[in-house]
Design a protein around this ligand. Structure first.
Ligand code: MSP
Length: 554
């Protein structure tokens, strides 16, 4: 069965520019990048968006500390984010800056429309304010944490303001019905599903939320019709997911239903306030598209856990214990970008438990999963093809033609996995990927490589080659089969380790990189995972190891 093709919209949070990027930001963006690459590989018209959130008070405060204007400070740090993402070869299609004219103009339009329908109204607010997070904490939550920030432990401040409110309370029932409908369809809006109950309970008690503030010193987007008030940074920020695709060329991405990657710290905004804003905006004239059925059915929020330090503390800028751009750079220089990408995507806190970043584990995973598996297998097979077949792809023949004595348990498993089930393998891979289970997707791809190794160890082509006249055909079948299996594995591994896979493709004469370039960056997962595409006689280059083994230093 051919995989359905379509459109995909993948986003990350937009990061505060009060400071430089750190591992946490890189992580979410990397995960979103791997998923975007997967979509492109399977021919989906994909839009991947990341960027920065600038209108926060902590940005203007930090700028003032350094004697700079908020805009200058934001410009410098936005540049640092952009550079790190570029250095890490993120394939984002645009980069949000909330100080851009485009974003400001659209947010002004949205808020004006919401004022018109009355879903945004003027009022007065008093509550517990978490200055570090720039958010109000509800009374019951504040009490639970003894009126301290649940994130950084600093005391909450009682704050009273005249401002504009969003009628969140009015949307309680619609939100609950939306959650229920998605559950019924087996496609929870909040993922992993374990995070959902807490949100649903909180929605039941949700009250209207302030969406503006005073005294921002002009740093922010003015509330339309009231220049004294600035749109609260969180509302400004959430709208980025719309402002950057709100035009004729890009609107279809939004309509396909975004996959929003975030961490658990900002789930409430994405799980309750964001869909409620969309429901409200969708009722405004000209904005029906923002909450159309396809959005309601497909948009989702994936909230991963944290990278923590060895002592279990969340890595963050305010705590100052982050892996900064220089450390990230060193890792890339030592191990290569693919290694960082692979490690983050497969060993990060994607599920509901936090992960501690450890250099030791990094080296271990690098050796086990990359150097000793894919890297080694590619070298092994191409070296033998070089030695026994003068670097030309041998004729791998047909399984049917293999004498039955070849069917030992191991190679039977191998034939079964590769030949009969290549199609199923690809389907299984897609199901896992669409479930956003990156470790299992990578493991499935690696299982093909492991089968190749087991097959070689079992069949011992290097021993068979000693009686060349008798065994030439058999050695050819074995090595040809392995090369073909590695080609398929490399297609599945591409979203994780694109550089190594592209090098390997070049060595085995596959023009997939060029095909993607010619086809707006889109691949052909279905066609490329079909068995039997490496033709006999194709030159197979040996080349240097794709992942040289890492020797641990004492
Ligand atoms: N600006 C808001 C988001 C607005 S989105 C409409 C914000 N910015 S932030 O700079 O604080 O970034 C928070 C995000 O960075 C988290 O949701 C997560 O994606 C990432 N991470 C920051 N620290 C992290 C860890 N220690 N571990 C994992 N991810 C982390 O909140």
């Amino acid at each position: 069965m051919a995989t359905e093709t379509g459109t995909a919209y993948v986003t990350t949070p937009i990061y505060y520019v009060n400071d430089k990027p750190h591992l946490g930001h890189v992580y979410t963006t990397m995960v979103a990048d791997v998923v975007s690459r997967y979509h492109r590989l399977r021919v989906d018209d994909t839009f991947f968006l990341t960027g920065v959130d600038e209108h926060a008070a902590k940005v203007s405060d930090k700028a003032a500390e350094h004697g700079m204007s908020a805009q200058e400070w934001a410009d410098n740090n936005a540049k640092a984010f952009r550079e790190v993402f570029k250095r890490l070869e993120m394939t984002n299609d645009d980069f949000v800056r909330t100080s851009s004219e485009r974003h400001k103009a659209k947010v002004t339009e949205y808020v004006a429309a919401l004022k018109k329908t009355g879903d945004v109204y003027e009022g007065e607010y008093e509550g517990w304010y978490d200055a570090g997070q720039e958010e109000y904490v509800p009374e019951n939550k504040a009490k639970e944490t003894d009126y301290k920030s649940p994130v950084n432990g600093k005391p909450l401040v009682k704050k009273k303001e005249k401002n504009y409110f969003f009628r969140l309370e009015k949307y309680r029932d619609e939100l609950l019905a939306f959650y229920a409908a998605r559950d019924e369809a087996g496609n929870s809006y909040v993922q992993p599903g374990a995070r959902k109950n807490e949100i649903v309970n909180r929605i039941k008690e949700a009250q209207d939320v302030p969406i503006s503030r005073t005294g921002s010193g002009g740093w922010g987007i003015p509330v339309p019709g009231d220049a004294e008030q600035t749109i609260y940074v969180w509302i400004d920020a959430l709208f980025n997911y719309l402002t950057y695709v709100d035009d004729d060329k890009r609107r279809h991405y939004w309509e396909s239903g975004a996959t929003h990657f975030i961490a658990k710290d900002i789930l409430w905004f994405h799980a309750a306030i964001w869909p409620a804003l969309l429901m409200a905006l969708g009722k405004c004239e000209g904005y029906g598209w923002v909450w159309k059925k396809s959005v309601q059915d497909n948009q989702l929020v994936y909230a991963h856990s944290y990278w923590v330090s060895d002592s279990g503390e969340k890595m963050s800028k305010s705590l100052g214990n982050f892996l900064d751009p220089a450390a990230i750079d060193n890792t890339v220089n030592e191990f290569g970008l693919d290694a960082l990408r692979y490690f983050l995507a497969t060993r990060g806190p994607l599920g509901t438990t936090d992960s501690a970043f450890s250099g030791e584990l990094f080296a271990e995973v690098y050796n086990a999963d990359l150097a000793n598996t894919f890297g080694n297998s590619c070298s092994r097979v191409s070296n033998m093809i070089g030695k026994y077949f003068s670097g030309k792809m041998p004729d791998k023949g047909e399984y049917e033609s293999l004498p039955t004595e070849f069917y030992t348990p191991i190679n039977f498993h191998f034939c079964d996995l590769i030949e009969t089930h290549t199609e199923r393998l690809q389907e299984q891979y897609s199901t896992i990927m669409l479930n956003l289970d990156l470790l299992s997707a990578a493991n499935l791809a690696r299982s093909v490589v492991e089968s190749v190794d087991a097959y070689i160890d079992e069949r011992k082509p290097f021993t068979l080659a000693k009686e060349w006249d008798k065994n030439e055909t058999e050695v050819g079948v074995i090595l040809g089969t392995c090369a073909e299996a590695l080609r398929i594995a490399s297609v599945l591994l591409w979203p994780f380790i694109p550089d190594a896979c592209e090098t390997f493709w070049e060595r085995i004469g596959c023009d997939y990189t060029q095909q993607m370039k010619d086809n707006k960056g889109l691949g052909k997962l279905d066609a490329w995972t079909e068995w039997g595409q490496l033709e006999a006689g194709t030159p197979i280059e040996k080349g240097d190891p794709l992942f040289p083994r890492y020797q641990t230093k004492d």
